[in-house]
Ligand binder design. Structure first.
Ligand code: MN
Ligand code: MN
Length: 468
């Protein structure tokens, strides 16, 4: 072995590899990210993502699982969980009890949710009251354009879809902030207290109706406009789920257009790449499953979160449709023998804030798909820790197929921490590791990613489905 070969073999170094990509690959990366931006501009909530995903799956020949009596190799099916989650599967050639290859992402993102009884008037202005969803820095959500997305479920069973602010001719909405001239007390507070949760009120209107008998004319006028547009009443708002999200579109960032700025890349960037990967695989050896769940940002609870039995129920159904003598052991064996990439974003090293990261164990922009061996915090508390054997298996798949990858953990020891769905997947007796795109400004209204990493994440999931 030459001195240089020895050195290349012996040492491991993570570096920004975007510039090393061939012209052909660069074109593929940019092209892929155009599709990504377009998709997430139209899917800003879990319900919208679910709808768009089903449309793409149907276009690619996936059919509802309920339309099938049995399943054979090559079949492509999907299910929807209460309009907020999707499971898509491509049936493999091998027996299902040899395990599946699972990529699981979440499609909910931090935002402001309307309170159950949201509409009120205060000093001649109509507002929606909100309760923020997920871990946000509240001060980031004031003084910027916001849009409203959601559904109102009516007593007669119909559902009204509501989207205001996405059309160029629509108005947008806003939470006000204090002028610096009068903010000396506010600015002296801790950043976590400068904006209170109860002041995240969304402005809706300022014109009162002309009926002098109506007490709160501005609120009434707003309600009348909602009624004209959507045929809903104030009580209908009480059985609605309406989310307030940034009005920004996904845009290229940088002169070289190498990065993407967008709302909700956590975790729609992994959800989109996982979805594309399952659509693009041909005939896998093992059954490939793409799982898109809701509620990760608030602990994965509820019927649409990862802690729900929904995934097991659907897997039981799939197993039973592939096996002659199905019993509970069929499902248990299948889950035990399966491997999962928990497709979630990580924190990229940010040169503006180097103090929170340990550089050798952080992701960098342009470093490729990011493996997080364990999450948790303070002495790996609450961590789901992937085994060395699993890291080796994934490393081989990526290296053999030209997938640039990197590995690390979230921030310096004792700096903070976080969790993903990995721990709940692991509870099913499954090998799992977090793998996804590293972001800057995570959980802010405008999260940043590197296009190279977005593409390598897609490629990583695709090769995992094909090779594992
Ligand atoms: Mn996430
Ligand atoms: Mn998150």
């Amino acid at each position: 072995m030459s001195k240089k070969d020895l050195k290349d073999n012996l040492l491991y170094e993570n570096k920004n590899a975007f510039g090393d990509a061939s012209e052909k690959e660069k074109a593929e990366i940019f092209d892929f990210c155009e599709g990504y931006k377009k998709f997430i501009n139209e899917a800003k909530t879990e319900r919208e993502f679910c709808e768009s995903a089903c449309r793409e799956l149907a276009k690619a020949g996936f059919v509802p699982l309920s339309s099938k009596k049995s399943l054979k190799a090559g079949d492509k099916v999907y299910t929807v969980n209460r309009g907020k989650g999707v499971i898509a599967a491509v049936i493999g050639k091998k027996d299902i009890t040899e395990g599946i290859n699972l990529v699981g992402a979440h499609i909910d993102s931090p935002r402001l949710d309307l309170k159950p009884n949201p509409l009120y008037e205060d000093n001649g202005i109509a507002y929606f009251k909100t309760h923020y969803y997920g871990g946000i820095k509240k001060y980031q959500w004031t003084a910027m354009p916001l849009t409203i997305h959601g559904v109102a479920a009516l007593a007669d069973g119909t559902q009204i879809k509501i989207v205001i602010g996405e059309d160029k001719n629509d108005p947008v909405f806003c939470v006000s902030d204090l002028l610096p001239h009068l903010a000396s007390k506010q600015m002296a507070k801790k950043a976590s207290e400068t904006i209170s949760g109860e002041s995240l009120n969304v402005m809706l209107g300022n014109i009162a109706c002309d009926d002098p008998d109506v007490k709160e004319g501005v609120k009434y006028n707003v309600l009348k406009m909602l009624n004209e547009k959507y045929d809903i009443t104030e009580e209908d708002l009480l059985s609605s789920e309406i989310e307030v999200v940034p009005a920004f579109e996904a845009r290229d960032i940088g002169l070289d257009r190498s990065m993407i700025g967008a709302y909700g890349q956590d975790d729609r960037v992994c959800a989109y790449t996982a979805l594309r990967a399952i659509i693009d695989i041909k005939k896998p050896e093992k059954t490939s499953v793409c799982l898109l769940v809701d509620k990760e940002e608030v602990g994965s609870m509820g019927a649409t979160g990862m802690q729900s039995r929904n995934f097991e129920n659907i897997m039981a159904k799939i197993c039973s449709m592939m096996t002659k003598n199905y019993n509970d052991i069929t499902l248990r064996e299948t889950l035990s023998n399966s491997t999962c990439l928990s497709a979630d974003v990580g924190a990229a090293f940010d040169p503006n804030y180097p103090e929170v990261s340990e550089k050798r164990n952080s992701a960098i922009f342009g470093g490729g798909i990011y493996l997080t061996k364990y999450t948790g915090s303070r002495g790996k508390g609450g961590a789901s820790d992937a085994s060395a054997e699993l890291v080796a298996k994934i490393r081989k798949i990526f290296n053999d197929n030209g997938v640039k990858w990197q590995i690390g953990e979230l921030g310096k020891v004792d700096e903070g921490g976080g969790g993903t769905i990995a721990q709940f997947v692991a509870n099913l007796d499954m090998d799992v590791i977090d793998a996804g795109v590293a972001l800057m400004s995570m959980h802010s209204p405008y999260e940043l990613s590197s296009k190279f990493d977005v593409y390598m994440t897609y490629k990583g999931y695709r090769e995992f489905y094909t090779e594992a």
